[in-house]
Design a protein around this ligand. Structure first.
Ligand code: PEP
Ligand code: MN
Length: 338
């Protein structure tokens, strides 16, 4: 349910409604807007009628149901687009988030050269996997803590933020010591116990779309994180499985305007996994900017031929640089900047 406070409702009136909401067995999530306070009251649907009684409380303008199954992430609750702060870098609004780096951290020289390329092109985030979700148990699984340490070194040297994947609850604490943002990968989008724990871990979250997830399922996963008190969630479209095989996945760019209608969360696009083909990445990156994305995630490598993972979709540095020239032109048109 949404409790809409009157414009100019006093702090005491808001406090009173928050207490009342808790008293009725609901969890209040207040949103302090410029004009008024709106409170999302989250709890079992069965107790809804009790909440309606709050409509007569002083300072309350209306109590209305949220019709969508996702609540806290919905535009019904919060119309204004959210801006997610990641250690001082804002994702959403006028700022365009550029995340790039190798699929896997492979060693010092590799991660440093990638970080340098990211920085040189104005990117704010170094992405790299230290724990890799591989289809084969015999494939490279990532450098684990050593990989995190190398990324931290690159962060300190180049002044970047770190985005890296967490695959299991067991690693959350360790990864939180190094990362600025958790990545939840496509394969774990529906790992609800992981999402709940991540919602309590205190860092912003990049939530990738499951490769077979509908938009609504994806939003429900975001809701899992938000319902634990963490609304610093950024969505990442990375392609879905279709019958088509000329690309690794089918990059669903129309999900950008569709998401805009439904959620206030920022959305970024990963054309690397979205296509799986290096040559297609720059066009789709430009298209993502044109379609209104809030950022991009791009895999790069100094020598993709020898990459431990995802070499075929990783851009070499000169190609990345060329892509960024185009991206910057589209950003100008979109009224956004890095
Ligand atoms: C990745 O970002 O390297 C990755 C494994 O992505 P996804 O979860 O989208 O497959
Ligand atoms: Mn990858």
């Amino acid at each position: 349910m949404i409790i809409v406070m009157e414009e100019g409702a006093s702090k005491e009136q808001v406090e009173h409604v928050l207490e009342h909401t808790i008293g009725l067995g609901f969890q209040p999530h207040p949103i302090y807007g410029e004009e008024r306070v709106v409170i999302g009251a989250i709890g079992s649907d069965r107790g809804k009628s009790k909440l309606e009684s709050l409509a007569v409380q002083p300072g309350v303008e209306a109590v209305t149901p949220i019709l969508k199954p996702y609540k806290l992430v919905s535009r019904e609750l919060k119309d204004a687009p959210s801006v997610v702060d990641v250690d001082g870098v804002e994702i959403g609004g006028k700022t365009f988030a550029m995340m790039a780096g190798p699929c896997s951290v492979e060693g010092r020289e590799q991660i440093m050269s990638c970080a340098e390329a990211v920085k040189k092109e104005g990117g704010q985030f170094l992405r790299g996997g230290a724990f890799k979700p591989r289809t084969s148990p015999y494939a490279f699984q990532g450098m684990a803590e050593e990989g995190l340490q190398l990324m931290k070194e690159a962060k300190d040297r180049f002044g970047l933020r770190i985005v890296t994947e967490v695959m299991t609850v067991r690693d959350i604490e360790l990864i939180a010591r190094y990362a600025d943002m958790f990545q939840i990968g496509a394969r774990n989008m529906a790992n609800f116990s992981l999402l709940k724990e991540i919602g309590q871990a205190g860092l912003p979250v990049l939530l990738k779309r499951g490769m077979s997830a509908t938009m609504e399922e994806w939003l429900m996963s975001a809701e899992y994180i938000a319902s634990e008190g963490n609304n610093r969630v950024v969505l990442c479209e990375r392609g879905i499985r279709t019958f088509e095989t000329y690309t690794r996945n089918t990059l669903d760019l129309s999900v950008i305007p569709a998401m805009r209608e439904r959620t206030h969360l920022p959305i970024i696009i990963d054309p690397s996994h979205g296509t799986g083909v290096r040559a297609y990445v720059p066009s789709m990156a430009a298209a993502a900017v044109a379609a209104g994305a809030n950022g991009l995630m791009i895999e790069i490598h100094q020598n993709p031929e020898v990459a431990f993972s995802d070499g075929a979709q990783s851009l070499e540095f000169p190609a990345y640089s060329e892509m960024m020239d185009t991206v910057r032109q589209y950003l100008e048109v979109a009224g956004k900047s890095l």
